[in-house]
Each structure stands twice: as structure tokens, then as C-alpha cells.
Design a protein around this ligand. Sequence first.
Ligand SMILES: Nc1ncnc2c1ncn2[C@@H]1O[C@H](COP(=O)(O)OP(=O)(O)OP(=O)(O)O)[C@@H](O)[C@H]1O
Ligand SMILES: [Mg+2]
Length: 303
Amino acid sequence: MSTYLSLENIGITFPTDKGPLTVLEDVNLKIAKGEFISLIGHSGCGKSTVLNIVAGLLQATTGGVVLENSEVNQPGPDRAVVFQNHSLLPWLTVYDNVRLAVDQVFGKTKSKQERHDWTLHNLELVHMGHALDRRPSEISGGMKQRVGIARALAMEPKVLLMDEPFGALDSLTRTHMQDSLMEIQAELNNTVIMITHDVDEAVLLSDRIVMMSNGPNATVGEILHIELERPRNRLELADDPTYNHYRAEVLRFLHERHAQPDVPSGKPKAKPQEPTPAPVSVAQETPVIEKPTQGHRLTLAVG
Ligand SMILES: Nc1ncnc2c1ncn2[C@@H]1O[C@H](COP(=O)(O)OP(=O)(O)OP(=O)(O)O)[C@@H](O)[C@H]1O
Ligand SMILES: [Mg+2]
């Protein structure tokens, strides 16, 4: 695999009232062009912090990020971010929110008409062509999220960084957006890092699922390779033993190997939020899990 985006020995320590807090330590990840990576881990482990470092919004204390052989240490249009809470400019219409980004990136390379068409094209991709003149306060949370995604895609970024992009959507809109994202990514071959808490979403969309250990000093715990053929169909996969095996692997990581941080002794441990999956019978393929060791990555086959 040739590396396109590389997270190298990333660590970050924040000053706090109780002294320095090391949130991330030795985070290493090599990503190929066009790969779809999901980042999964318990709340507060440091997922958004990783994404913000890749976006150039936060500076790592140790290590760094390399994109196409250049070090990244500030934000740039080559890395578009879809934030956890949509971040549209409230005084601009839906159209103008996207058009502003298009003008910033393509002001010198596309004509006015091309920029207009490109803005419309991206809003239509996320089915927002009918609400061009509305302001963010006049549309729903799901619609705002879709405009945020259109804005990010319209910048044709090298890397698309998404922080729980569908977390606030109702399940119907969410499945629709997941399917659209798979289509868009198949067409444009974007390199994506997406944070999610949704195990099914992670398995359905990803080439690899990066599972983070609990913080402080959080790092890459394990990496699960999702070797399901594309295009993927959620209905067909529902009964697929390999799909269910991957799903169970992620749940096991989250609820057994890296269960929620310890509760005080004497009290029972918190129960998993997700229902425990039915035991998986024989998987047709053997998932590959990478276990990072110090400085090296060991590839294990898990039966
Ligand atoms: N600027 C900061 N100063 C101090 N601590 C911070 C700062 N930013 C983040 N943290 C701490 O870093 C840890 C990781 O935060 P982060 O937002 O990355 O978690 P997360 O995995 O994205 O959680 P969630 O799933 O809830 O969104 C938390 O303990 C948080 O309090
Ligand atoms: Mg977060």
C-alpha cells in the first residue's frame, strides 16, 4: 500500500487545572489514497482531537501529519471538515454557504457560470436543490448537515474529514446519506476519515475500522480490515456472515477488550449500550486485525 496520508507518532497534551493531560499518545496510521477509514472508540477517548490535528486546527505536541509528502500544520482546502455540530454561516442562504467555499477554492480556476453550476451540482447530490434560498435557521438539523456535506464535497478536498456526520439524523435520512456517501466516494475516490459511534455504519462504509483505546493516553487499539465487495448493499449484507463477524469484532473491542473506563470498585461495570450480538457461526472469510506494537504493526488473522 502506498501511503497518501500519514499520522506519525501523534501525541497531544493539554494543560488543565489538575496539571497536564495527555489525551493522545503514539497514534500511528498510514492511509492510502481513496481509502475510507472509520474511527471508533468510546466518548472522550480523543477521536475529534485526532481529526482536528489532521485538519490542522490543533497542533500535536509530538509527531505530526504528512499528506502527500508534505507536513500539515494548518488548515487548508485540501482537507475539508464536516463537524459534529453543523457549522453553516447563519446569515447566508443554503446556496451561498456552499458558493462561498466554491468561490474560495475555485475563484481563479472556474468561471462564474461553472462555479454556479458546481454549487448546484453538489447541493443536488445531497438532495438540497429545493431549498437554495433558505437560511440555516429555516431548515432542519438533518438538512443543515447535508448542506455541510455538500460544502465539503464541493471543495474537492484531497481528504474529507467527518466528525459523526450523520449522528443527529433520523434513521431514514441517515441510511439515505450513507448510501449517497458510498456512491459519491465510489465516483470521486475521496480519501475519508469518518468518526462514528454506529457500528453498522462503520462496517458498511469502511475499508478499515480504526478502533481507539480509552484515554487518557489513547492510541490506536486495533485495526479491522473490512473486505466486503463494493458496491455494498445494506439489505444483502444484513444476513451475510462475514458482515456480522466484522460487526461482532467491533462490538467485542468496545465492550470487552476496551470496555468503558472503570467504575469504582464494588459497583458492577456498566452494561453495553448496544445489544450483544448473537454468536456468529462460521465466518466465510477470516477478518484481519492489525495490532499495533511499539513502532511496528503486527498483522493477525482472527478466526
Ligand atoms: N482544549 C482542550 N483542553 C483540555 N482538554 C481537552 C481539550 N480538547 C479536548 N480535551 C479532552 O480530550 C479528551 C478527548 O476529547 P475528544 O473531543 O477528542 O473526544 P471524542 O473521542 O471525540 O469524544 P466524543 O465521542 O464524545 O465526541 C476529552 O477528555 C476532552 O475533555
Ligand atoms: Mg468527538
